[in-house]
Design a protein around this ligand. Structure first.
Ligand SMILES: [Fe+2]
Ligand SMILES: [Fe+2]
Length: 353
């Protein structure tokens, strides 16, 4: 009769095999319920060779190709710009004001990095996924370049505006990719592109002026991904779902607008006219909204913007943002008070007007 030791020795291999089999099956069962349970997705396959398919050059596919062609070395461009202009030569007051604008944009880049990585992983359309993949590199570069720039201002990094923070957190937490494509790729990227263009043209600071045209060009591609891919996703949705996405995006847009209202004193400290920025952003968002048409089941456009070319625009702008030197009164004063009270309720410090 074999001893217990001999039996154990004989069973060692079968027990190890049984253990491995049970672990393999356990993992296999778990993988059927995980985040990637549908991998690999068959829709990424094509019916004909890629080279032939490429003959029909897809506009969306060109975003990836253009991003590779126009890629730039952020560290090198930054170093060269600092060397050329001998650093940032602004007064402390102006550097502090610029820190508010640039740190907001920097945090926006970080959020855009997260969202583009998510889109690169999860969008079903392969061309859109490739465009998002190239955007991940762009946003990473934008983030570290702006982080270096904020450090070069040599002032404390200001706390993030609470409206901006809440809007971005809401966007990042959303599971819906169509909402992300809309609120980040079209609304946020479009707004960012306007701000970058505005700051570049104003020539507010020479080092920044070397960086911004490159960033702005990248941002235009990112808006391109949103505006080219969003309509086909929206077309597949029920009217109610489109209305929900439009309402959520509109609220995020209102929060971005509140942030810009709170930034007015900083633009003015930098001798910039924020009314010009509002006009520029409205023009761009209005144009993008026209491309998207109306929310199904309503007569409302996806973006509630007024065309800067329309006669009503000036009156509207005067209400939201009176010219410099004009004291806000009536509804405008009330609007500013509400925006500031809301910000303080969310923990912000008061901004000196
Ligand atoms: Fe960016
Ligand atoms: Fe971007």
């Amino acid at each position: 009769m074999p001893s217990i030791k001999q039996v154990k020795k004989q069973l060692r291999v079968p027990v190890a095999v049984a253990g491995a089999v049970s672990r393999v099956f356990g993992l296999a069962v778990k993988s059927r319920f995980g985040k990637h349970r549908r991998w690999p997705e068959q829709q990424v396959l094509i019916d004909e060779p890629l080279a032939l398919a490429e003959e029909r050059t897809h506009r969306l596919r060109r975003i990836y190709t253009n991003a590779m062609r126009d890629s730039w070395d952020g560290h090198e461009v930054f170093r060269a710009a600092v060397h050329k202009h001998g650093g940032i030569q602004l007064s402390r007051e102006k550097r502090e004001a610029l820190a508010h604008l640039m740190s907001m944009l920097m945090w926006g880049e970080l959020a855009a990095w997260y969202v583009s990585a998510e889109l690169a992983e999860q969008l079903e359309d392969l061309d859109a996924r490739m465009a998002a993949s190239s955007q991940v590199f762009d946003e990473a570069r934008h983030f570290y370049v702006l982080r270096d720039y904020v450090a070069l201002l040599h002032v404390p990094v200001p706390p993030l505006d609470p409206y901006f923070q809440a809007a971005v957190r809401s966007l990042l937490s959303a599971e819906d990719l169509t909402l992300k494509l809309f609120a980040m790729q079209v609304l946020a990227e479009g707004t960012a592109q306007s701000i970058f263009g505005f700051l570049a043209e104003s020539n507010v600071e020479p080092v920044l002026s070397e960086l911004l045209p490159l960033i702005e060009k990248d941002e235009a591609r990112h808006v391109g991904l949103g505006i080219m891919h969003l309509p086909e996703r929206l077309a597949k949705l029920e009217a109610k779902e489109c209305q929900r996405i439009a309402a959520h995006t509109e609220t995020i847009g209102d929060m971005f607008a509140a942030t810009q209202v709170r930034m007015i004193p900083y633009y003015r400290t930098l001798d910039l006219d924020p009314r010009e920025l509002f006009r520029r952003a409205d023009r761009l968002l209005h144009g993008l909204g026209q491309k998207l048409g109306n929310v199904p089941g309503t007569d409302q456009a996806y973006f509630r913007t007024i065309d800067p070319a329309s006669p009503a625009y000036q009156q509207n702008l005067d209400f939201v943002l009176p010219p410099e030197g004009v004291t806000p009164r009536g509804g405008t004063a009330w609007l500013y008070r509400v925006v500031e009270l809301g910000a303080r309720a969310m923990g912000a410090r008061t901004i000196a007007a």
